[in-house]
Design a protein around this ligand. Structure first.
Ligand code: HEC
Length: 157
């Protein structure tokens, strides 16, 4: 009887802990969606960077596809991906590194996004035309990523 009670208590605590861990914040879906978008940026620019650095053999068709995909990802509409309050200062949110400065200094962040759009378009126009053309254009993409992260993305904790 006694041990049953104890087990019941343990079970209740476990259920509480699980519920707390699964609690959803009001903006979690948008946060996950924008992070997925950034994963697409990262994956495709990673292929292009690896080719430019000689870590992966240059292949015109694959380079073109990666550049086209990067441009497509960089062209996604983002109106619903950044709701007010979905920053990393709001503890209700899922894990996010989005700094409040995104909203506080708007439209500075949009200008950084436009810079990436231009750089991605330049890569898409050149990546399939040879390794030298790719090398000449991919640097601006990395710079555009970094420029935005420096101002608007929190460092890893
Ligand atoms: C206009 C600003 C901006 C640009 C441009 C930008 N990023 Fe980011 N990036 C962010 C912000 C803000 C976050 C944090 C998002 C969050 O956690 O909610 C982020 C997060 C990420 C993440 C982590 C995603 C995750 O799963 O948590 C990766 C990877 C990333 N960016 C890669 C890139 C790459 C690669 C580029 C360039 C091709 C790039 N970003 C361009 C602002 C930007």
């Amino acid at each position: 009887m006694k041990s049953n009670l104890a087990l019941g208590t343990v079970a209740a605590i476990l259920i509480m802990a699980t519920t707390t861990a699964l609690a959803e914040g009001p903006h979690d879906k948008a946060i996950k969606a924008r992070q997925a978008m950034f994963q697409l940026y990262s994956y495709h620019s990673g292929i292009l960077t690896a080719m430019a650095k000689g870590k992966m053999e240059y292949d015109a068709e694959l380079a073109q596809e990666a550049a086209d995909n990067l441009l497509a990802a960089a062209s996604l509409g983002q109106s619903t991906l950044w709701p007010q309050g979905s920053d990393n200062a709001n503890s209700e949110n899922a894990r996010t590194r989005a700094l409040p400065a995104i909203w506080e200094t708007y439209p500075a962040v949009a200008e950084k996004g436009e810079a990436l759009g231009k750089a991605a378009a330049a890569v898409a126009a050149s990546a399939g035309s040879g390794l030298d053309a790719l090398k000449a254009s991919i640097g601006d993409v990395g710079a555009a990523c970094k420029a935005c992260h420096d101002d608007f993305r929190a460092k890893r904790k």
